[in-house]
Design a protein around this ligand. Structure first.
Ligand code: TRP
Ligand code: ZN
Length: 461
């Protein structure tokens, strides 16, 4: 390199390198109000990651009143002057950052926090938020309710995709996964069920406190703190998984024969998808007639009524696909719903029911005008469509077409590799396509282009 050129090179790069090295000269900036999800632009927040949530809640089903405290242990990913939490509705009664009072304001679903001091990039900090009020659900773009949904004896708590912010302040996007501790106090006679392992239960002065720990990383939308009058059953499976079932007595007779199969369903899915990702499992069977869906709340799905066996298989499959391997963007929702639906087909096929091919053929027979073909599953178009039929059914059909193209050996290897390589993490559709091509040694671009992204009914595969 000629001397003159080299000198300019040096002059230009040294300050840049120094700034990068010291970090100090970078001006602090506000964390963004969302992580950039195209369907939910305000979901999650920029500038930090949450390592752990410590949630302490007191709920009175009689009045619907909730008193809460969230201790959020986070780490700054940029030099941070200000950051947001997603939190909607309840009243904030106090807020500290590292035990120092911090300024805050509310702007829609954003709780905007200005700490006393600028946070260094990489700095760990604790945010403590105390709050109270009468929580209620949010209405999703598709008109369904999620979040804190009061019932006649407590609350059905399910946060997909937005509802976590109705009951605790969070970095509410599946790209930020964290461990959780829950301490939930309810009137004696009620049960509060959250995720993970039950650490303890204590009754004093007419109230019972339940302590739950979710140690493996969890997306905020998969957290629950469902409250009701429940029949409880606890046992450990042959594989050492701690099972806790909570069932509304009015649903118990219908639920019992299905819940009895949970250990065998988890065993069967472990053979197909690889080891069950968590140390705890179970079910919450509530009676919540205004909900209309079940949710794969981590370790312990919540059902609005006694589930069918197919629904149990579906929510259990989500523990691998959705919970352990989480979305990077809500647009990729077929990675959750297509996989959980295909698990239902596989279960039927291997338990004396219809084959996956039969399930595929029955759907494929629907005319081009049917809602099944309304939009392609890899591109639902908006948050209003993420739970639409094409996501579930054509998503599952896509996996079946993949299976036919690569053969059973490669197909089940792909499923297991997907669960293993992204375990307790996140994935994208593009990563899944690359993995499928790597494992099968085939070019699958056309297959996925047609089945995931092309509008209208595809030609017969
Ligand atoms: N993910 C849930 C399941 O399929 C379904 C679900 C969650 C849902 N939230 C919803 C369906 C809102 C319709 C509307 O297991
Ligand atoms: Zn599902």
């Amino acid at each position: 390199m000629p001397e003159a050129v080299r000198r300019t090179f040096v002059v230009a790069t040294v300050p840049v390198a120094l700034v990068a090295l010291l970090g100090a000269a970078a001006p602090p900036s506000a964390g963004s109000s969302g992580v950039g999800d195209p369907y939910f632009p305000l979901a999650g927040n920029g500038g930090y990651h949450v390592g752990h949530y410590g949630l302490t809640l007191r709920y009175d089903p009689g009045t619907g009143h909730l008193v809460g405290k969230a201790v959020i242990s986070a780490r700054a990913t940029q030099r941070l002057s200000r950051f947001d939490l997603d939190f909607n509705g309840l009243t904030v009664t106090g807020l500290t950052v590292d035990h120092a009072k911090a300024d805050f304001s509310r702007d829609g679903q954003e709780l905007v926090v200005t700490p006393r001091h600028v946070l260094r990039k990489g700095q760990r900090f604790d945010v403590t938020v105390t709050y109270k009020g009468t929580p209620g659900p949010v209405t999703d773009p598709d008109g369904s309710l999620d979040g804190w949904i009061p019932t006649d004896d407590g609350a059905f708590v399910a946060g997909e995709p937005q509802g976590a912010m109705t009951w605790f302040p969070a970095n509410n996007h599946p790209t930020d996964k964290s461990s959780y501790d829950f301490t939930i106090t309810v009137p004696k006679g009620h049960t509060a069920v959250a995720n993970g392992v039950l650490l303890g239960e204590r009754t004093a002065h007419g109230k019972t406190t339940f302590r739950w720990r979710q140690s493996e990383p969890m997306a905020a939308y998969l957290a629950t703190a469902t409250v009701g009058k429940f029949q409880v059953e606890q046992f450990t499976t042959r594989d050492g998984i701690k099972v806790y079932n909570a069932v509304d007595p009015r649903e118990a007779a219908d639920a019992a024969p299905v819940l009895k199969k949970l250990p065998s369903v988890l065993e069967w899915e472990s053979k197909l998808f690889g080891p069950y990702p968590y140390r705890a499992a179970g079910s919450i069977v509530d009676r919540a007639p205004n909900v209309g869906y079940a949710l794969e709340t981590q370790t312990r799905p919540v059902y609005d009524s006694a589930p069918s066996l197919s629904t149990l298989v579906h929510e259990s499959a989500h523990q691998w696909f959705g919970d352990s391997v989480s979305l990077t963007s809500w647009k990729d929702i077929w990675l959750n719903e297509g996989f959980a639906t295909y698990a239902e087909w596989l279960y039927d096929e291997q338990h004396g029911g219809d084959s996956a091919q039969q399930a595929f053929d029955a759907l494929y027979a629907r005319p081009a005008s049917d809602g099944l073909w309304e939009f392609p599953p890899g591109d639902p178009g908006s948050g209003a469509n993420i739970f639409g039929t094409p996501v579930y059914a054509r998503g599952a059909m896509t996996l079946h077409v993949l299976r036919k193209a690569v053969g059973d050996r490669a197909f089940f290897r792909i499923l297991r590799a997907w669960a293993a390589e992204h375990r307790n993490g996140n994935g994208t559709t593009a990563q899944f396509v690359r993995l499928a091509e790597r494992v099968s040694g085939k070019n699958l671009d056309d297959l996925f282009q047609i089945w995931l992204y092309t509008p209208g009914k595809p030609n017969k595969p």
